[in-house]
Design a protein around this ligand. Structure first.
Ligand code: ZN
Length: 461
């Protein structure tokens, strides 16, 4: 049994059903779960560890719903800097094909370190290449050492160039191998219980890199075990043209044809989605990982975020792969989501007060996507808000930092309106991962050195 007491936070944001916020708030944690939350005067006054968070804002840990950790190894590659999705992929596939198990391990820790520093406590990752003996196990081990909550997606690619797919044949795998490994991973690692640190997700990469048969078989396998399904969908106009030509459907019609619609499914991007498809997502419970930086970086388009939220579609945020962002800063992604939603509102006539234009998105609404929204997308009811019985996953920022000076009247808005800062405290399941802005669970300078060496090797062949 261990207890942790957080008290005297200048501002505590619960993101509970009533969106309660407390001045002078705190939390009492026992064995990784919140036992009490509210004004510090109403909390127990002793614990194994006590942190006085005067001058800090405390909020639920942020949740990342789409990433490719391994891509931290290939950020800002000159030949892929100014390309659209398909050309960007074709440039990077051969470099990724040189990865080893050690590279998966190093890139996982790098991505998670950057995520943790930017406020993330739970991350979903989508690993879909397994060259040179790499396995999802390498990623799960690295996340375990960091102490972060992980939804590890067993991705896959089976449709190589010779069969009409986009990736080179050298980075695709036989479907039988993919399904067998998926089943092994679920049986070995998937924990569906409250407080779970590892969940497995099945995630064929995209319509243009796997067959319809693998999509169908993955859905059958996932539903046998009750694990979730994830893929990229409707990211670009190229993809839509590809689906129409190859399958005779648009991306969403194709998903319907392979039984990939339901509350156990979430899609990354979903930029090119029409009104009927928004309604379908809402009715059937499909979630969306909104990745604004990546969509801008690759000139993919602007997702209909307002339409999703108005219809009741579950939406979370994703930093996406670090080669198309090229950062894993989740708080910055929340700011980006807010700004892009405002730009779109302007393009649709908000500045002219057109009655059907989307409203201006607020900082709190964007933070809601990054917390409650992400939890809903991942199918979790034990994270995303600070409430009695939920996991003790929370973060804190020192409000006396230069970046917040002059914004003390609304520290919640300051998190997004001011330039996104790194956290000073990050706690996952009651365990302190970051204190005073320093990561406690790994040797960061050594990681950076090893990661840079691995990156140079991949780029130079
Ligand atoms: Zn992606």
């Amino acid at each position: 049994m261990s207890t942790l007491l957080i008290r005297n936070a200048s501002h505590l944001v619960t993101m509970d059903d009533h969106r309660r916020e407390y001045a002078g708030g705190g939390l009492f944690v026992r064995d990784g779960f919140i036992e009490n939350v509210g004004p510090s005067t109403e909390l127990p006054d002793q614990a194994d560890e006590v942190l006085d968070l005067k001058n800090h804002i405390v909020l639920p840990g942020l949740i990342n719903t789409h990433h490719h950790f391994y891509q931290t190894l290939t950020r800002a590659v000159p030949a892929a800097q100014n390309a659209n999705l398909f050309n960007w992929l074709k440039t990077l596939y051969p470099m990724w094909g040189r990865m080893t198990p050690e590279d998966i391990y190093l890139s996982t820790q790098t991505a998670l370190a950057e995520l943790a520093l930017s406020g993330c406590t739970t991350a979903s990752d989508h690993l879909y290449l397994f060259p040179n003996g790499s396995r999802l196990d390498d990623e799960i081990a690295a996340a375990g050492e960091m102490g972060m909550r992980l939804h590890a997606s067993r991705g896959s690619m089976s449709l190589g160039e010779s069969k009409g797919g986009l990736p080179p044949d050298s980075v695709v795998d036989p479907e039988e191998t993919i399904l067998k490994d998926s089943q092994r991973l679920i049986e070995r690692y998937h924990n569906p219980n409250p407080g779970s640190m590892v969940q497995i997700v099945l995630a064929p990469c995209s319509p243009f890199s796997v067959t319809g048969e693998l999509m169908r078989q993955s859905a059958v396998l996932a539903r046998t075990y009750g694990v979730h399904l994830h893929t990229h969908l409707a990211e670009t106009e190229d993809e839509e043209a590809f689906c129409l030509e190859k399958f005779g459907y648009g991306p969403v019609g194709y998903m319907q044809s392979v039984d990939w619609i339901g509350e156990d499914v979430w899609f990354a991007h979903s930029v090119h989605i029409n009104e009927q498809e928004v309604k379908l997502f809402a009715k059937e419970g499909c979630g969306v990982a909104h990745c604004p930086s990546s969509n801008m970086r690759l000139a993919s388009g602007i997702a209909p975020l307002w339409e999703y939220l108005r219809a009741g579609v579950k939406v979370g945020l994703g930093v996406d792969g670090s080669a198309s962002n090229d950062s894993s800063h989740l708080l910055a992604e929340a700011r980006q989501a807010m700004l892009l939603a405002r730009l779109r509102a302007g393009l649709l006539g908000a500045s002219l007060s057109k009655p059907d234009a989307p409203p201006i998105m607020t900082a709190r609404e964007s933070l809601e996507l990054a917390t409650r929204g992400g939890a809903a997308v991942l199918g979790r009811t034990d994270i995303g808000s600070l409430e009695v019985g939920k996991c003790a996953d929370f973060i804190a920022f020192d409000l006396l930092k230069i970046g917040f000076t002059g914004a003390q009247q609304d520290p919640v808005a300051a998190l997004l309106f001011c330039h996104p800062q790194n956290v000073d405290l990050n706690v996952v399941h009651g365990k302190i991962i970051i204190k005073d802005g320093k990561i406690l669970t790994i040797d960061l300078p050594r990681l950076v050195e090893n990661h840079n060496r691995a990156s140079a090797r991949l780029l130079n062949g």
